[in-house]
Design a protein around this ligand. Structure first.
Ligand SMILES: NC(=O)c1ccc[n+]([C@@H]2O[C@H](COP(=O)([O-])OP(=O)(O)OC[C@H]3O[C@@H](n4cnc5c(N)ncnc54)[C@H](O)[C@@H]3O)[C@@H](O)[C@H]2O)c1
Length: 280
């Protein structure tokens, strides 16, 4: 479990932008040595410069979390530079939206490779040494979409995030007895660059704009930089499930308490998704 950020070694995938950048900056402000890993070279250089300006030690590594070799090389680079890892944040993620019966298989494979197997690769690379040391902490970024099927527009994203959430609970069962903490971040809407990577799949181009729908409960974005302090406090407090919006914890409990009633209400209250005729 993590007791302090001061002097700790923190690794953040997807650390160049958005929520990952927010976590990295807050860790550095609290005295951590920070490694960020990302695909976006320009943003990674800019974030690394911000981290350096905070006075701490910084490592920036180009890493595609869909590559076993890249994630292993990230681990090796961090160990060579800092010696060990105290907090691994498996945070890189991408969104795929679209009608579940039409989303391309290649897009299903892409989102599961990044959002689920990207976490698995991080765990395989970094957790053995944490178990050996009998300490360390892993934070996986899921989403409120990992605990609540909030819309009809995003089955691939929701599937990947439920997997990330379930994996995290299973990891907690496995690792907590050995002194390794596990947390799962379930953000609601956060202002980031996530939309740049969105794929609307299986929808004719002229209808892509109809295929994004958020329920009113979700339309209250928080700033990505405000997520960093929330995460840092929650990890130090030993929280497993971490929410950015207080109401999401309530939604989670309500949604799960009676899933049949919750789904019936959601289908009744929300607009029906468009139907796309075969061949369109
Ligand atoms: N923004 C939101 O509202 C929101 C809500 C819930 C969960 N999330 C999750 O938060 C995490 C961070 O997303 P964000 O909103 O900060 O978006 P973002 O796009 O600003 O940041 C994500 C970063 O991940 C990087 N990335 C994408 N694919 C990668 C890969 N294969 N290998 C390495 N890096 C890769 C991107 O280059 C980007 O810098 C994601 O897992 C996302 O699903 C976001």
């Amino acid at each position: 479990m993590l007791e302090t950020f001061d002097g700790a070694v923190v690794v953040v995938t997807g650390g160049a932008s958005g929520i990952g950048r927010g976590i990295a900056l807050e860790a550095a402000r609290r005295g951590a040595k920070v490694a960020i890993a990302d695909l976006h070279a320009e943003r990674m250089a800019a974030t690394a410069a911000e981290l350096e300006a905070l006075g701490g030690e910084v490592l920036a590594v180009r890493c595609d979390v869909t590559s076993d070799a890249d994630v292993d090389a990230l681990r090796d680079a961090v160990i060579e530079r800092f010696g060990h890892v105290d907090l691994l944040c498996n945070n890189a993620g991408v969104p795929v939206l679209g009608p579940v019966e039409r989303v391309d298989m290649a897009d299903w494979q892409w989102i599961l490779d990044v959002n689920v197997l990207g976490i698995v690769r991080g765990v395989r690379a970094f957790v053995p040494a944490m178990l050996e040391r009998g300490k360390g902490h892993v934070l996986n970024t899921a989403s409120v979409a990992g605990i609540w099927a909030y819309s009809w527009d995003a089955a691939p994203y929701i599937t990947s995030k439920f997997a990330a959430y379930g994996l995290s609970e299973a990891m907690a069962r496995r690792l907590h007895p050995h002194g390794v903490g596990v947390s799962v971040l379930c953000p609601g809407l956060v202002t980031t660059n996530l939309g740049e990577n969105v794929r609307v799949s299986g929808v004719p181009a002229e209808q892509a704009g109809d295929w994004v729908w958020f329920p009113p409960e979700m339309l209250d974005p928080v700033d990505a930089e405000d997520v960093g302090p929330m995460v840092a406090d929650a990890v130090l407090g030993g929280r497993v499930a971490i929410f950015t919006h207080a109401n999401d914890e309530v939604i989670y409990k309500e949604w799960r308490r009676d899933i049949d009633a919750s789904l019936a209400r959601a289908v009744g209250d929300n607009p029906a998704p468009p139907v796309i005729p075969p061949g369109a």
